[in-house]
Design a protein around this ligand. Structure first.
Ligand code: UT7
Length: 377
């Protein structure tokens, strides 16, 4: 029997703090009218000082695991797609793994700009189909507010923070992730870039003074690329799934700019009611935008079992990716009973105790050295 990768859980996490266009107009030379008409964005969420890419990812992941009714210990693989990792290393995915107590899971970050979630979904689905793992957690999480130059009106109005996650599980049959196409064109690397802070140009007083640790973007060129690639990638993924456009119930594009989305929908001849848009609330949350939009589409009852949904993104790299999913899970899901929620809560507390214990043991090991270690064995 064929094994497929089904989405069985989904979750999101958005910071509480809302930054409106009016708020931005007080900081830079812009207006609500310009931002709305050029991008479709009305507000975005901004992480507070206690929040980070990892904390948002962990909360989205817990929600997704709860919907899937899956213990973190059953996870084999965790991928965090992000352009704003907690550190250059270790991977943010390892911090998520530790916080969840997913002691059997491999964990790594994936950097493919705003296409990261589709890339991660594709890799996880192929791992499941190949029999390399059965349960995977795929997260898109970003704190773009930390890498945006708040004095640059051409970029600071666009981005926001948030996280979305899905649980993928092996199932028998031919549903789930039906196809995915991934692409890249590194000749456009300089169009959307953080020039300093990596190995090419390590951080220095000059790089900081020049604002080279912030997002630099040639908006017009990225726009031109996006309008070309969204429809093409979607068509390729639909064809690879053996479907036609009229069999697609919902199109969930990367939420960057309403004009880009409208242009892709126009080219694909898709009516507005088959295209999901929530960028007015959250702006561009990069790798998190597609899973957040997917969660909200499900919450709004826009997906029913048997429906086909296209997820399509583009971003820094340049990269692009599209995937077709046959929806399998009836919604709304039954509420998780109180005892199950309490057990999860306890599991997560135990995971942090375990993590603390491991750190202490490591310190003890370093302090007491080989004799203690030998004695322990
Ligand atoms: O996830 C991938 C990330 N990136 C993207 O998706 C970005 C793709 N590009 C875009 O979405 C659009 O190119 C932008 C929204 C970034 C810009 O829209 P545009 O229609 O391409 O505007 P533009 O860059 O051609 O700028 C038009 C004018 C310029 O003034 P001049 O030179 O015509 O006098 C800008 O200086 O608008 C000015 N401008 C602004 N004015 C008010 C740029 N940003 C702002 C602003 N408020 N925030």
């Amino acid at each position: 029997m064929k094994v497929c990768a089904q989405i069985t859980g989904w979750g999101k996490c958005l910071p509480q703090r809302i930054l409106t266009n009016e708020d931005l107009a007080k900081r830079v030379d812009t207006s609500d009218e310009w931002i709305r008409t050029r991008t479709g964005i009305a507000a975005r969420r901004i992480a507070d000082v206690r929040e980070s890419t990892a904390t948002l990812a962990i909360r989205a992941a817990r929600n997704a695991l709860s919907v899937a009714d899956l213990s973190p210990q059953k996870l084999d693989l965790i991928i965090v797609a992000t352009a704003t990792p907690e550190y250059i290393f270790p991977p943010t995915a390892c911090l998520v793994q530790d916080a969840l107590g997913a002691s059997r899971a491999g964990a790594f970050d994936l950097s493919a700009g705003c296409s990261g979630f589709v890339y991660a979904l594709s890799i996880a689905a192929h791992s499941i189909e190949a029999g390399a793992c059965r349960n995977a957690l795929v997260i898109g999480s970003e704190t773009l507010s930390r890498i945006v130059n708040w004095e640059d009106r051409s970029t600071c109005v666009l981005f926001g923070d948030g996280a979305g996650a899905v649980v993928l599980q092996a199932a028998e049959g031919d549903g789930g992730v039906l196809s995915s196409v991934l692409g890249a064109d590194g000749s456009g690397a300089d169009l959307l870039i953080i020039p300093a802070g990596g190995s090419r140009r390590p951080a220095s007083p000059a790089s900081v003074a020049n604002g080279e640790h912030y997002i630099h973007m040639d908006g017009r060129e990225v726009y031109r690329f996006a309008t070309r690639i969204m429809a093409r990638a979607s068509r390729e993924a639909i064809q690879a799934a053996g479907l036609t456009l009229d069999q697609i119930a919902l199109f969930i594009p990367h939420q960057a700019n309403i004009r880009i989305i409208d242009s892709a929908a126009h080219e694909l001849n898709l009516p507005k009611d088959r295209v999901y848009v929530n960028l007015q609330r959250y702006g561009n949350t990069s790798a998190a935008s597609i899973p957040i939009a997917l969660c909200e589409a499900i919450e709004e009852g826009r997906l029913q079992p048997g429906d086909h949904v296209v997820l399509v993104g583009f971003g820094a790299g340049l990269t692009w990716g599209a995937a077709v999913v046959r929806w399998g899970r009836p919604t709304p899901v039954r509420p998780v009973p109180l005892w199950r929620r309490s057990a999860s809560w306890l599991g997560y507390r135990l995971a942090s105790v375990r993590s603390l214990g491991m750190r202490l043991l490591r310190k003890l090991d370093a302090l007491l050295g080989a004799p203690w270690r030998n004695g322990r064995r």
